[in-house]
Design a protein around this ligand. Sequence first.
Ligand SMILES: [Zn+2]
Ligand SMILES: [Zn+2]
Length: 155
Amino acid sequence: MISMIKSNTKRPVLRNCPICERLFADTGFGACQNCYDKMRDYETQINEYVKAHPHCTVKDIAKNTNIPLKFATNMINKGQFVAGGKISYPCSRCGKAITSGLYCSSCMDLVHKATANAKRLEIERRQKEEQERIKKKFEKERTSALNILKILRGK
Ligand SMILES: [Zn+2]
Ligand SMILES: [Zn+2]
């Protein structure tokens, strides 16, 4: 009897490394091999620092452990170290200290509004295009109808 082997290998996705911005095939690590290796190195250091300073900011970590801010932010961002306390890091948009997600609550609102607004504008643009199309079609038909009338009148 043939047993089915379930494959659970993730299909790699090409994306830019969030730290060094190089293109790499992501198999679930979220960073390129090079940066991932470095992250593993930094992990213990961050862990220890966070244990000792549960309410620190990402800037404190970077300053006191000599880990590049980009690494620290990326690692904290993923929520790897939240268990020990709340660590704050800057909002991706305005830089205000936050403890979860990518944006602070006010930027989150703005981002949502901007997306909704963009969608509304797109719908309006399409409606206008459709109206123009109907108007042109109507005008064309009207002109040809007038031409037929002229021809019928023998002019
Ligand atoms: Zn990288
Ligand atoms: Zn913000």
